[in-house]
Design a protein around this ligand. Structure first.
Ligand code: MG
Length: 258
């Protein structure tokens, strides 16, 4: 028993001596952080000239989709001319011609557009200045006169139609121009056609956030629930709604692919 105790004591002593030797060894120490160690200078972001703050004109790198003169960037979804009415720098929906789409297709982007419902607009709920802007021809952000006009909340101005209501109602009066700034992130699909990443959208109306990086659940159906439809780049679509109210107008439309 005594011998066993001595052996244990010896073992502990050797271990302690070894640990002390390690503690005394002078290993290199991490270099002290300096500010420049967490800074990098290249590549420098491209210089973009902002548009005029008063007119919300297009930044220097934007693709202008409508500058008040013509609808050459747009067409009927069947391929013919867009056919809506351009006058005095604005384009007005022609309900007899149907929706229009951009000739160019897009993935993710920043989109700016301005819209105005007539001062003497009539109708109520969804039948009052109804239009819409579709991301990639699939997902509608609602355009509607919701100034003093209630409707189902997931169909209000700035809703992801039949999915997500806007955070607030930021409407200007009929006859005044509303400004939409939309930041859209395109979805990524798996081989089997289901979403790997769903699309996201941020919608700002008149400088006020309506959708804050909202996940889009699928197509924005009038009847039924969102569907998953595999797609690639797609056009912007502006809706010609069949309601009987007076047609709405657009101006100053530009896009910056991201
Ligand atoms: Mg609509």
């Amino acid at each position: 028993m005594k011998r066993l105790f001595s052996l244990a004591t010896l073992t502990i002593a050797v271990f302690c001596a070894s640990t002390q030797a390690q503690e005394k060894k002078n290993y290199p120490q991490p270099e002290a952080m300096r500010p420049g160690m967490s800074e990098y200078w290249t590549p420098q972001p491209k210089v973009v000239s902002p548009g005029d703050i008063k007119t919300n004109s297009a930044p220097s790198d934007a693709i202008v989709l409508f500058d008040g003169k013509d609808l050459s960037a747009w067409m009927n979804p069947n391929g013919g001319d867009a056919g809506w009415t351009v006058k005095n720098g604005v384009v007005t929906v022609d309900k007899s011609k149907g929706d229009i789409v951009t000739r160019q297709k897009f993935g993710s982007y920043q989109l700016h557009l301005e819209w105005c419902v007539p001062k003497d607009i009539s109708g109520e709920s969804q039948a009052r200045g109804n239009s819409g802007v579709y991301m990639q021809d699939m997902y509608e952000v609602q355009i509607l006169d919701c100034y003093g006009n209630e409707t189902y909340v997931n169909g209000m101005t700035g809703s992801v139609y039949k999915q997500t209501p806007p955070l607030v109602n930021a409407m200007r009066k009929p006859g005044e121009w509303n400004v939409y700034d939309i930041i859209y992130t395109a979805p990524v699909f798996k081989e089997d056609g289901t979403y790997l990443y769903k699309p996201f959208v941020t919608v700002i109306q008149n400088g006020i956030v309506l959708q804050n990086h909202t996940e889009i659940q699928g197509t924005t159906e009038y009847i039924g629930f969102p569907r998953t439809v595999k797609h690639g780049d797609g056009p912007i679509r502006l809706q010609s709604h069949g309601d009987p109210s007076q047609p709405i107008s657009f101006r100053n439309i530009w896009i910056r692919p991201l």
